[in-house]
Write a protein that binds this ligand. Structure first.
Ligand SMILES: CC(C)(COP(=O)(O)OP(=O)(O)OC[C@H]1O[C@@H](n2cnc3c(N)ncnc32)[C@H](O)[C@@H]1OP(=O)(O)O)[C@@H](O)C(=O)NCCC(=O)NCCS
Length: 120
């Protein structure tokens, strides 16, 4: 397995407090997929889940620098959760056989994401 790229990002949870689907749809729909919004707003502390996905997307973009010459939209990056809660990245325009691994963590004020892009 070869590591093609790494990326990390940290976000303040505060900037995501008070966002609602109704009044902030323009921002939310620009950044997040339908699945991500459904997941985040199904949780009481949705600001933390939104913040960590924002960090996750930024970390993916950093990690993909040099792997893909093309810049893709943040909405091409979909961060979903498996049944045990672990996050998985799906990118609609992935290049070659690269795989994107992600780990997320958040508390009341900060959210952090770490990404490794590998090729088997
Ligand atoms: C999986 C586990 C480690 C997550 O720890 P946590 O402190 O609740 O997680 P954080 O608040 O830092 O981060 C939450 C993120 O972890 C990720 N996550 C959740 N379950 C996960 C799992 N099984 N594997 C990997 N990542 C996981 C998710 O992305 C989640 O964010 P999201 O819901 O917005 O997608 C924890 O729930 C667990 O199972 N611990 C068991 C080990 C134990 O007993 N620890 C205590 C003493 S060390």
């Amino acid at each position: 397995m070869k590591i093609l790229g790494i990326g990390v990002d940290i976000e303040s949870v505060e900037r995501f407090h008070g966002l609602t689907i109704k009044s902030d749809s323009q921002f939310l729909n620009k950044i997040y997929t339908k699945n991500e919004l459904k997941y985040c707003f199904s949780h009481k502390k949705h600001a933390q889940h939104l913040a960590v996905r924002f960090a996750g997307k930024e970390a993916v973009i950093k990690a993909m620098n040099g792997v893909s010459g093309k810049i893709f939209s943040v909405k091409d990056i979909n961060i979903i959760n498996t049944d045990n809660g672990s996050p998985v990245v799906k990118i609609s325009k992935i290049y070659g056989n690269a795989r994107v691994l992600i780990s997320l963590s958040h508390c009341h004020d900060k959210a952090i994401a770490f990404v490794v892009v590998v090729r088997d």
